[in-house]
Write a protein that binds this ligand. Structure first.
Ligand code: CMC
Length: 432
């Protein structure tokens, strides 16, 4: 849909170009700059893509000022209250909520793909015992393309669908095995009589020598974490998946690239940093010292779990997960209590403090998800693995949308060159 236009004048040459404005159904519109280089010989310059829309997408909508997050038009609050993670997966991938029969069939398909090829299981043994679980995830997910050749023809929609199912189904198995390997325990095979989340928790925490009882509150909390992290528009890892897939590579390879990007502390690693910060703060009495440090321009310290690039209002996911965090920590009691008390006091002070209020630095989803995961006994280095597991469906939905987009082209940004002018290699003859 194009109604508006924007005229750009190159003041050096006086040349002008009228550019169309691309309008979506909601939110900001974008100037279509595709003819800019042809008309004016100029590129746009936007490091970090702060003013650039890389695609048109119908999957996720965010209004950061109002604190709105929608998956396929449905508010995250309603999905968190009424849906399940697998239903959200269906919604993201296929665009509509499933009927009860469609959901049943989808669950059956996903469960039929939960096992890993035995050869792939042997891959784990090649990693050092102390390998970071995210390093293992990048390697194993990338290696899936060497095992499932029958679903790597990305020009074939049925291959695309099978690889989507495989990735959603196998991610919990791969994630749990990464953890088991790091602690030297035997891998637990999936049990397809269990639900998606129950299965993951059992593969994480069961041992072959005794029965494992699944705590229903853990299931609820994990289901919520997965739903809240399932997609988040064109963030760094999703853009990585889109860019790498734009060359036509297979989805296993590009999801491995997405996992690599997510691993970074500025993206998926924030909830881990929240726990490290709370460990450092130790007790509520120490908080004023850390608040003062966060405000000090000369101190690089920031309050982890506060602020967001897009949400300049309360992160809607934080509102939802806050209650779950309170419920879980209340039920589990004393062991996690000191850290929880510090977190609550930090939250209270930051929400009232002029600096944080003026800069709209509210607690984000990572502030609470870190506390929940720690309370469930998930080790710090596995927090991002769970984020990767949850986000896999978002990456897949975005990839599938891109593959069907007639405007899709290989991603190839340009640059403003700032290097040397042409010069001669020492001793080489000058070209005439
Ligand atoms: N503690 C103290 N000051 C802060 C914080 C913080 N957590 N966050 C931002 N500020 C200040 C910052 O110093 C700057 O001040 P000034 O305008 O005086 O220079 C102002 O607020 C704006 O900050 P910014 O870095 O320009 O904002 P941004 O949108 O680029 O950064 C952010 C967003 C999330 C990187 C940042 O808020 C931050 O570092 N937060 C802590 C880390 C964190 O919790 N990250 C998880 C984000 S959610 C991840 C996800 O959704 O996937």
């Amino acid at each position: 849909m194009t109604k508006n236009t924007v005229t750009i004048t190159d003041n050096a040459t006086g040349k002008q170009v009228e550019l169309p404005v691309v309008e979506g159904t909601m939110g900001a519109s974008a100037i279509d700059v595709r003819s800019l280089n042809k008309e004016l010989g100029l590129f746009t310059y936007d490091p970090g893509f702060q003013s650039t829309a890389s695609c048109q997408s119908a999957i996720t909508y965010i209004d950061g000022d109002k604190g709105v997050l929608l998956y396929r038009g449905y508010p995250i609050e309603q999905l968190a209250a009424h849906s399940s993670y697998l239903e959200v997966c269906y919604l993201l991938v296929y665009g509509e909520l499933p009927s009860p029969k469609q959901l049943e069939e989808f669950q059956a398909v996903i469960l039929s793909h939960t096992m890993l090829h035995e050869g792939l299981r042997r891959f784990y043994g090649g990693f050092r015992h102390d390998a970071h679980p995210m390093a293992i995830m990048v390697g194993i997910v990338g290696a899936l393309s060497a095992f499932y050749h029958d679903s790597t023809d990305v020009t074939d929609p049925s291959h695309r669908e099978v690889s989507a199912h495989r990735l959603i189904a196998k991610m919990p198995t791969i994630a749990a095995a990464s953890y088991k390997y790091s602690i030297g325990q035997p891998f637990i095979y999936p049990d397809n009589n269990l639900g998606y989340v129950e299965n993951y928790l059992r593969m994480m925490f069961a041992v072959p020598t005794s029965a494992y009882e699944i705590n229903p509150l853990f299931v609820k909390a994990m289901e919520l974490i997965l739903i809240l992290h399932a997609d988040h528009e064109q963030n760094a890892s999703t853009s990585t998946v889109r860019l790498s897939s734009s060359s036509g590579t297979n989805p296993f390879a590009s999801i491995a690239a997405g996992i690599a990007c997510l691993w970074g502390p500025a993206h998926g690693g924030a909830n881990e940093s929240v726990i490290r910060m709370l460990d450092e703060i130790e007790s509520p009495a120490e908080i004023p010292k850390y608040i003062a440090r966060a405000k000090d321009k000369n101190d690089p310290f920031r309050l982890m779990g506060f602020g967001h690039r897009i949400y300049k209002n309360y992160d809607p996911r934080a509102k939802i997960i806050r209650q779950m965090c309170h419920d879980l920590l209340k039920e589990l009691g004393s062991e996690n209590q000191p850290q929880f008390e510090t977190a609550l006091e930090l939250e209270r002070i930051a929400l009232e403090d002029d600096y944080f209020v003026a800069k709209k630095l509210y607690p984000n989803v990572d502030f609470y998800s870190g506390l929940i995961l720690r309370a469930m006994g998930i080790p710090l280095n596995t927090f991002t693995v769970i984020f990767a597991m949850a986000r896999t469906v978002g990456w897949i939905a975005q990839w599938m949308e891109m593959m069907d987009d007639p405007e899709q082209k290989i991603g190839r940004p340009r640059q403003v060159y700032t290097g040397n002018l042409p010069r001669d290699y020492p001793g080489a003859k000058k070209k005439k």
